[in-house]
Structures are given as structure tokens and as C-alpha cells.
Design a protein around this ligand. Structure first.
Ligand code: GLU
Length: 298
């Protein structure tokens, strides 16, 4: 099959820690879906946050995925090497009048929210931005930006959502592969940060630019990123990028019902492997067994 028409999947970890079982599950489901559809599997290293990402974690990711038996196409895309692509997208959005620089500190935002009991929160439980674009003139924003003050670049969500009109995405299930249409709700996020003075992109912006540039047709990731897809669909629409299919698979939970994460010290693949676990045992624990539902149909 010609690469340009083959389904294209990607696994996109951030090298800010060791992979755990939840990552293995996501990578294995991507691999299983790619195999079942005769598709390609790409690997992307999401390392825009230089303060938290480290080359030794990237090396560990490659090694752990190879140990699991996964293979991906070269080259691996490393986000830190493509800042010009994100900058071009940001400039395009700014050129459409959809971006403004905000100068409120985290402390000022916290205090404003504390004064407003019941202030709405975004799908990740963070309070919506409690100020608005109208609080300062564009001239004043430009002056403070030029003076070197720290700022966040925010998407003017109401204007952006109005410009894009109603949006949805096609969700493919896992392990059952039924397709549903999901309505996007970007307004639930308020004026999201899409770049900062010290980092001229954000996860949201980089991910949609990369998925398009890499020709990704199927985004397969955990259900914790499902709500973010509303922002991604909005950015794709504004930037004229194609909409991939999405699968937001169920997450593995720990004994206390929390999703696995580095911050709660979930056991790394590295530790499981050093404890003598085999890749097949990891597949079973990750609930993606060879020959199991929807996996490795070949
Ligand atoms: N880099 C993100 C993470 O490690 C995943 C992004 C995505 O799959 O869209 O959580």
C-alpha cells in the first residue's frame, strides 16, 4: 500500500520520566490497531518542556518499547527540533486575530478565582481564565510584550469557536471498533494558553501541527485526553488541517482507583522488567494480549 493512503498511527510519549504500564497499554493498542488495519506506526517524542524532559528518559523510552516488541518507522520526530513549525501555526492564528498576550500571574489568577465561589472549571478541573481580552487594549498588550514582561498567549475562545462553527470528531472504539460521532465543546476550556513567552508553543498546538505534518490518520490515546480533543479539533479547523479518527481507550487504574501516572510513582516498565517480568506478562497486565480482542489480527 502507498504510504500516503495507509492508516497512520502514532505513540507520543513525553520524556519526563520512565514509561509505566499505562504507556505500555497505549503503545500496544496503537500497535495492535496499526497491524489490524495494515497501517504504519510512528513514534513522536513530545519534549517541548525543556525543564522537565531529559535525553536519558528518551533513551529509556526507546529501549523499553523495543523490549516490549514494538517497532516503529524512522525517523522519530522530536518536537524540540520543530519549533519553527509551531511558530508558523501560532502566527497564522495571531494573524486571524484569535490570540492575545495575557500578563496576569498565576497568583493573580488564583486570587481572582478565590474571590468568585463557584467559578467554572475546565474538563481538567482547572479554573477557567477569570479575566478576558477586553481588560486591556491591544496597544497596551503589545507595549508590555515588547518591554519583555512574562506573558501567556491565549486563544480568544469565543471568537475562535464562533469562527470555526460547530465541530465534531469520529471516535473509533477499543476493543470493539464501532464508530460514533462526538460533538466537540471547545468553549468548555475557556481562553486556553497556546504558547508562553519562554515556550512558543503548547501541547495543544504542537500535537495538532505534528499529527498533520506526520500524516497521522488515527490518534489513539488514553481517555484522560478525550476532552482535549475538542481544543484539537478547533485548532485543526482554524489551521485548515485534516481531522484524524480518534480512539480514547480506557485507562488502567491502580488499587485505589487512580489512573497510573509518574506523579503517584506508578511502577515503571523498567522496574517490572528488572523484577523478571516478560513482555507477554506486561501485555497481559496492560490488557492488550496477543490474540486478544482486536489485537494482532494477522
Ligand atoms: N505526550 C502526551 C502524553 O505523554 C500524549 C499526547 C497525545 O497522545 O496526544 O501524555
Amino acid at each position: 500500500m502507498n504510504d500516503s493512503i495507509r492508516p497512520t498511527f502514532r505513540f507520543a510519549p513525553s520524556p519526563n520520566g520512565l514509561l509505566h504500564l499505562g504507556h505500555a497499554r497505549s503503545a500496544l493498542i496503537n500497535d495492535a490497531m496499526a497491524r489490524a488495519s495494515g497501517g504504519r506506526l510512528l513514534l513522536r517524542i513530545e519534549d517541548i518542556d525543556a525543564a522537565r524532559c531529559r535525553p536519558e528518559y528518551e533513551a529509556a523510552i526507546l529501549e523499553d518499547l523495543a523490549w516490549l516488541g514494538l517497532a516503529w518507522e524512522a525517523p522519530v520526530r522530536r518536537q524540540s527540533e520543530h519549533m519553527a513549525d509551531y511558530r508558523a501555526a501560532l502566527e497564522r492564528l495571531a494573524g486571524m486575530g484569535l490570540v492575545y498576550a495575557s500578563f496576569e500571574s498565576r497568583g493573580a489568577i488564583r486570587r481572582a478565582v478565590a474571590e468568585r465561589p463557584g467559578w467554572p472549571r475546565d474538563p481538567d478541573e482547572a479554573p477557567l481564565f477569570p479575566f478576558s481580552r477586553a481588560t486591556m487594549s491591544e496597544e497596551e498588550r503589545a507595549r508590555r510584550q515588547a518591554a519583555g514582561e512574562p506573558y501567556a498567549l491565549r486563544l480568544d475562545m469565543k471568537r475562535a469557536a464562533a469562527l470555526a462553527g460547530p465541530l465534531d470528531w469520529r471516535e473509533i472504539g477499543w476493543p470493539e471498533s464501532g464508530e460514533t460521532t462526538v460533538a466537540a465543546d471547545p468553549l468548555a476550556w475557556g481562553d486556553v494558553v497556546i504558547a508562553r513567552k519562554e515556550m512558543l508553543t503548547s501541547y495543544h498546538l504542537a500535537v495538532v501541527v505534528d499529527d498533520a505534518l506526520q500524516g497521522v490518520t488515527h490518534v489513539v490515546r488514553g481517555a484522560d485526553l478525550r476532552a482535549a480533543t475538542s481544543v484539537h479539533r478547533l485548532l485543526q479547523s482554524l489551521l485548515g488541517l485534516p481531522a484524524p479518527f480518534y480512539t480514547h481507550h480506557g485507562l488502567l487504574l491502580d488499587g485505589e482507583g487512580r489512573k497510573l501516572s509518574k506523579s503517584i510513582g506508578s511502577q515503571s516498565l523498567r522496574a517490572l522488567r528488572e523484577g523478571g517480568m516478560t513482555p507477554d506478562e506486561v501485555r497481559r497486565l496492560a490488557d492488550v494480549c496477543p490474540g486478544g480482542a482486536g489485537s494482532r489480527s494477522g
